[in-house]
Design a protein around this ligand. Structure first.
Ligand code: AMP
Ligand code: MG
Length: 390
């Protein structure tokens, strides 16, 4: 199948949808309405959309991604009126969270209505719903006039796509169209919270943090126990997708994690932070040596704060935060003081390492609180829970 490309040139430049962008979105929306598949940007990652009410469309989504069909899809809506017919009832908690965080990177699990086919929910009685804030996503959903089932637009098992080019790499020729709205802002998938029971349960961490959910609901939010455990622990995650090898680069990966989190946002004790960061850097360097061999390349993910320590004293330190030789590919993923920058870059770096045929990846861990919780969750999956603590 020929995949059509709709580049939202003005939206990419200005963040506003021009008339010519709108025309492209209209053409993309026609594909959706008629049962076709369209990849589009959201504020988290690119989604692969299909009409959520058509069993055939959902089946095609699974086929295009190579995704197991027991892994349910998130249904995207553009307004509260479109949510109503999809669920048995809108729980009180959902109303409170929606008022605060929708449109935005929060997915809520509710009991489904008979209107939503089991093909879309992976056979479950519940359905995952999100209202994205990206303007292009919103406009596309509105124009299609249907709820849009959209998992991440990657081949199952690869890191989620954060650019239209990533989508093209995975799905060109397999879907009807790709809408290019530029790189996504957040870079990790939405937070998923189950509001179908008595207590709210966090199933997947994301940019809407546990603290934000708890502050808004004024009650404790449980964490799905499977979230904190390795995939082979025998615990079944409540979000079926979390059990699959996800977000994985081709090369084996290890994380070097420190325990300096307390200090990092207040630089009160600069010396302590320096010491903790050096522990990480030294452990990473030792791993680089251990895993170096002729013809092999090691990929290293560091941070702006540690970048200079990877160079010999007196060496010129490259400003562009990417340094490649025959044996190493070293990059800073962003600043520890701006975790948004790290979330934003994570999947692109993992995909770059795939393209570069890196043989082994060593990544510095980050503060595992707030947005860092989501980042560490994705990194740990990419590393198959392989963590070294220093
Ligand atoms: P993706 O859209 O690729 O980010 O994946 C969707 C995620 O939402 C997967 O981890 C699914 O398992 C999860 N999900 C979707 N629907 C449900 C549901 N009804 N109950 C629990 N988790 C769900
Ligand atoms: Mg996904």
């Amino acid at each position: 199948m020929d995949t059509e490309f709709f580049e939202l040139a003005d939206y990419k430049k200005t963040g506003e949808i021009s008339l010519s962008d709108e025309e492209k979105l209209i053409r993309a929306a026609v594909f959706l309405r008629e049962g076709g598949l369209v990849a589009f940007p959201t504020e988290t990652v690119y989604g692969l959309g299909g009409n959520a009410l058509l069993p055939e469309a959902s089946k095609h989504i699974y086929a295009a991604k190579g995704r197991p069909s027991d892994n349910p899809l998130i249904v995207h809506v553009a307004d509260m009126e479109s949510l109503r017919p999809l669920v048995k009832e809108i729980p009180a908690m959902a109303k409170i969270l929606a008022a605060k965080f929708w449109p935005g990177p929060l997915t809520m699990i509710m009991e489904k209505s008979p209107k939503v086919p089991y093909e879309t929910t992976g056979g479950l009685e519940t359905v995952a719903i999100r209202m994205p804030s990206d303007k292009a996503a919103m406009e596309l959903i509105k124009l299609s006039g249907v709820p849009v089932a959209a998992p991440s637009a990657n081949t199952s098992g690869r890191p989620s796509p954060t650019t239209a080019l990533h989508v093209k790499e995975d799905l060109d020729g397999k879907i009807d169209a790709i809408v290019d709205g530029g790189p996504t802002g957040i870079g990790v998938e939405s937070t998923i919270v189950d509001v179908s029971g008595e207590e709210p349960v966090l199933l997947r961490p994301g940019a809407i943090t546990l603290e934000m959910l708890e502050n808004c609901l004024k009650e404790a939010v449980d964490i799905d126990p499977a979230l904190e455990k390795p995939m082979d622990s025998g615990l079944h995650p409540k979000a079926p997708g979390m059990k699959y090898k996800h977000y994985a680069p081709k090369a084996p990966m290890v994380i070097v994690q420190g325990d300096f989190y307390e200090g990092c946002d207040g630089i009160e004790d600069g010396m302590k932070i320096y010491e903790e960061l050096m522990k990480i850097v030294n452990a990473v360097k030792a791993l680089v040596n251990e895993n170096s061999a002729p013809g092999k390349r090691v990929g290293v993910i560091c941070s702006d704060e540690t970048w200079e320590y990877y160079f010999e004293e007196g060496a010129t330190i490259p400003k562009e935060k990417i340094y490649k030789t025959e044996s190493i590919d070293l990059r800073s993923i962003g600043s520890r003081k701006d975790e948004k920058s790290i979330a934003h870059n994570l999947y692109a770096v993992l995909r770059d390492f795939d393209d570069e045929n890196i043989d082994y990846i060593i990544a510095e861990g980050v503060d595992p609180r707030k947005l860092g919780y989501a980042i560490m969750n994705r990194m740990q999956k990419a590393a198959a829970q392989h963590i070294i603590r220093v």
